[in-house]
Design a protein around this ligand. Structure first.
Ligand code: F6P
Length: 555
């Protein structure tokens, strides 16, 4: 057995698997069936095709499936070894074999009495030790015990990081802002574009600012460039190297590089190579978030992650939310040929959720070779995109309703609002959620030609006003957006991505596809400065660089 398969069942190409072939045959019989018919045939459909766990209710009845589809999809999961893969992941097997690492983000939210061994060491003890240090530091910042160099209380925290070291804390801070300490504001700097740094820092008081430099590797160009700018600001203000300790902390797996940058390891919070960047915001990467929502809020969030982990690990597949959502995604991706998935939170505070999921899903499953390095042969990870409802309704829903592309959608909503405002006695939240329910109804059932005509529509407008319907949606409904429900929601998507990766037989935990651009950029950087430009790229790249140099006065 090749080392890459050491931990998982040997898999034939997906299209050669028995369950996949059965699904292909079944697809041909169900493809033209309309959700109108499926609902008309069975008044119990909503309850038959729904499941609930960790505070999340999933209604997946508005999908183009019947009982046979569900059974065949569940069989596919069994046949592809999803059960064994789940056990392997939770027990610390080296599933990320192209990087020689375990995949253990679930250990970040394990209870302190659990044991998870990596190289014979119980990593849960380390996790809780870091959580304790983060909690103590958080308390000191929030209480004013940890102060800036000149003695001022910290009121601004600037998180500097990119990708997984930015998107998770940013998304979660926005999501949980209503529960944050409003006397401390968080800012985020990620892009190497100077505008990002300049805008985030233009009005801050350096004396009361803490910079949290987040980088798993501590070698990332963007983050180090921004961190150097921050360092220069602090040194310009105080003129003393000693001031760095009061204004900087680092979060990383790379102590050597942190020290080289000039941050004392006493001000560093660590994590481990078995946590992927895009799976890391519940590690020390979430430090700025913890400062905002407090150690108790953070711990409540970890509890939410844990509830979903436990559900994923133990629930039968027929009731298992991440497995069901993964299988539905495969149904549209590999049989209907859908290219993308829209994620549509009906909650303004989840406005960065789709961006967060883009990295989680697309960096994980945007792969075209199997774990053995052969061509996958089928479509893998979809394009993830989305915006909060109702904003999206007034922008791109037109295409989802009447366009030529099939776009499965995840609707995400809450029964209670964190800001229950009323306008002239009318609940704003009801206005918002009425739209959520209406959209899933309209997408599923549409409006027929007969219905349009019956409204007395002018003949030449009838075709334009028909809604074909049969557009699939998942409805996720939770009571309210708490740290715990956010944790459960994120874990749901993490595990969904995992299951899909297992079924496609790709390594969801490496990201070699980001390397080439980084290497080429390093070569180009000096070519954009003074000195002669030797060329040597292709004619397009050469002429773009020359034009840039001309406009910068270098040629
Ligand atoms: O280049 C992609 C990537 O490696 C992501 O996977 C990661 O989240 C991001 O860069 C940032 O990496 P780091 O935390 O090491 O700075």
């Amino acid at each position: 057995m090749s080392p890459i398969m050491a931990d998982l069942k040997a898999l034939p190409p997906l299209e050669q698997s028995t369950a996949f072939a059965a699904l292909q045959t079944h697809f041909e019989s169900i493809e033209s069936l309309h959700l109108r018919e499926l609902f008309a045939q069975d008044s119990e459909r909503a309850s038959k095709f729904s499941a609930e766990a960790a505070g999340i209710y999933l209604d997946y009845s508005k999908n183009r499936i019947n009982e046979t589809t569900r059974q065949l999809l569940l069989k596919l999961a069994e046949e592809r070894g999803v059960r064994e893969a789940i056990d392997a992941m939770f027990s610390g097997a080296q599933l990320n074999l192209t990087e020689g690492r375990a995949v253990l983000h679930t250990a970040l939210r394990a209870n302190s009495d659990e044991t998870i061994l990596v190289d014979g060491k119980n990593v849960v003890d380390d996790v809780h030790e870091v959580l304790r240090r983060m909690g103590d530091f958080t308390d000191r910042v929030r209480s004013g015990e940890h102060r800036g160099f000149s003695g001022k209380k910290i009121t601004t925290v600037v998180n500097i990081g990119i990708g997984g070291s930015d998107l998770g804390p940013l998304m979660a801070y926005e999501a949980l802002k209503s529960r944050s300490d409003r006397d401390i504001q968080l800012r985020f700097v990620s892009n190497v574009d100077g505008t990002d740094f300049a805008e985030a820092t233009r009005d801050i008081d350096i004396e009361s600012t803490l910079f949290v430099i987040c980088s798993k590797t501590f070698t990332t160009l963007e983050t180090l460039a921004n961190a150097r700018l921050a360092r220069a600001l602090v040194l310009a203000k105080f003129g003393e190297e000693k001031s760095i300790a009061a204004h900087f902390v680092a979060v990383s797996t790379n102590q050597e590089q942190v020290e080289e940058f000039g941050i004392d390891p006493a001000n560093m919070f660590g994590f481990w190579d078995w946590v992927g960047g895009r799976y890391s915001y519940d590690s020390a990467i979430g430090l700025s978030l913890m400062i905002a929502i407090g150690r108790d809020g953070f711990s409540e969030m970890l509890q939410g992650f844990r509830s979903m982990d436990q559900h994923f690990r133990s629930a039968p597949f027929a009731e298992n939310l991440p497995v069901l959502m993964a299988l539905l995604g495969i149904w549209y991706n590999n049989f209907f040929g859908a290219e993308s998935v829209a994620v549509l939170p009906y909650d303004q505070s989840l406005h960065r959720f789709a961006a967060y999921l883009q990295q989680l899903d697309m960096e994980s499953n945007g792969k075209s070779v199997t774990r053995q390095g052969e061509s996958v042969g089928v479509q893998t990870g979809p394009i993830i995109w989305g915006e909060p409802g109702t904003n999206g309704q007034h922008a791109f829903y037109q295409l989802i309703h009447q366009g030529t592309k099939l776009i499965p959608c995840d609707f995400i909503g809450f029964c209670q609002s964190e800001n229950p405002l009323e306008t002239e006695g009318q609940s704003m939240h009801d206005l918002l959620m009425a739209n959520y329910f209406a959209q899933t109804e309209a997408l599923a059932f549409g409006k027929t030609e007969e219905e349009v005509k019956a409204e007395g529509t002018r003949e030449d407008l009838v075709a334009h006003r028909v809604f074909p319907g049969n557009r699939p949606t998942n409805s996720l409904l939770m009571d309210r957006l708490t740290p715990a429900t956010l944790g459960a929601l994120v874990a749901l998507y993490e595990h969904k991505v995992f299951v899909q990766g297992i079924i496609w037989n790709v390594n969801s935990f490496d990201q070699w596809g980001v390397e080439l651009g980084k290497v080429l950029a390093k070569r180009i950087i000096p070519e954009l400065s003074a000195g002669s430009f030797p060329g040597g790229h292709d004619s397009s790249t050469d002429s773009l660089i020359s034009r840039y140099r001309q406009h910068r006065g270098l040629e």
